[in-house]
Design a protein around this ligand. Structure first.
Ligand code: AVI
Length: 310
């Protein structure tokens, strides 16, 4: 990703009404570190639930895979720790697999490969760095049937119809016999969800503010971070969590040579994290054009890992 894209998107977002900044830019080095802290928070229940499903239900998922050989492709693979549970189960059930982690960050792919090769010395790990478009283009011509993993509730960061469009986009790179494994956070008590995005320690607040810090560093910004609050909301009807930064005062900030004016209490929309129920996931699967679905949940039914067939 070029800095020009970053600059263009940030300025466009700050000039729109209401103002918004894309959460895809949260993950610079510092942002990725803060995200690791979020993953450790007691209130951020998502990774614990997903790990429970992978630990207890991988065998059931694998029983639905008809072929013996698979290319396991992971979108936004990250460090591979959770995926290792699924790969371990695949190897134990005598599947022959290649693992292709795709991620925007070449650094995290190195960590991923090192970790998995140490754990499974015979595993063929073929990392591909780049955005979804570039990396999916590269896996298209491979011969083996594919199972594409998209875990971690990353689908939740796509707004409304964009989630369908993303799955349709991925499906273009698949063919007969291929499968898609989606990790999605489920609708539940609104307090439980809100606490995950509004922790009392202020880690999520730091995560959001870090984007202003990044803009200061990379786009000659002049944001005073203390002048912004973090606000999170969850609507139990739509299942949408939204997070905002709120300008505490009337103020101006410079970004890439331009002046952006903020009113007191003006919100900047930062992120959405969509929650689903199983009916929503079936609808999503249908709208994206996948044929069948199976859903695997944790003991609290907080999270689902859903298997869709091409
Ligand atoms: C990466 N993504 C699935 C996280 C989520 O839950 O939406 C990002 C996050 N934002 C605040 N906390 C975690």
């Amino acid at each position: 990703m070029t800095n020009t894209n970053f600059e263009k998107d940030i300025l466009k977002g700050l000039k729109s009404e209401p103002k918004q900044l894309s959460s895809k830019y949260f993950y610079d080095e510092k942002g990725s570190e803060i995200f690791q802290e979020i993953m450790q928070m007691d209130s951020y229940y998502l990774p614990g639930c997903e790990t429970e499903i992978l630990t207890k239900k991988s065998q059931e998922i694998i029983a639905l895979l008809p072929n013996t050989t698979y290319d396991v492709v992971e979108l936004g693979a990250g460090d591979g720790t959770k995926t290792a549970i699924f790969l371990d189960a695949l190897l134990k059930s005598e599947k022959k697999i290649n693992y292709l982690p795709l991620d925007i960050s070449p650094e995290i792919l190195e960590v991923n490969k090192k970790f998995l090769i140490e754990k499974f010395p015979d595993l063929n790990v073929l990392p591909i760095a780049g955005d979804y478009f570039e990396t999916l283009e590269k896996i298209k011509p491979r011969k083996n049937p594919k199972i594409v993993l998209f875990l971690g509730s990353n689908i939740g960061n796509f707004e409304g119809e964009k989630a369908v469009a993303f799955l349709q986009f991925v499906r273009q790179y698949l063919g007969e016999g291929d499968l898609f494994l989606l990790g999605a956070d489920l609708k539940k008590h609104p307090h439980t969800i809100l606490m995950a995005y509004d922790d009392p320690e202020g880690i999520t607040k730091r995560f959001n503010l870090n984007l202003l810090h990044r803009i200061n560093k990379e786009l000659k910004g002049s944001f005073v971070l203390e002048n912004f609050d973090h606000f999170a909301s969850y609507d139990p009807l739509s299942g949408t969590t939204k997070s905002f930064l709120i300008s505490k005062v009337k103020q101006n900030a410079q970004v890439a040579g331009q002046t952006i004016a903020f009113e007191r209490d003006e919100p900047v929309h930062m992120e959405i994290s969509q929650k689903y129920n199983i009916t929503d996931l079936v609808q999503l699967r249908e709208n994206a054009g996948f044929k069948t679905d199976h859903h695997f949940t944790d003991s609290q039914r907080y999270f689902s890992i859903s298997l869709f067939a091409y």
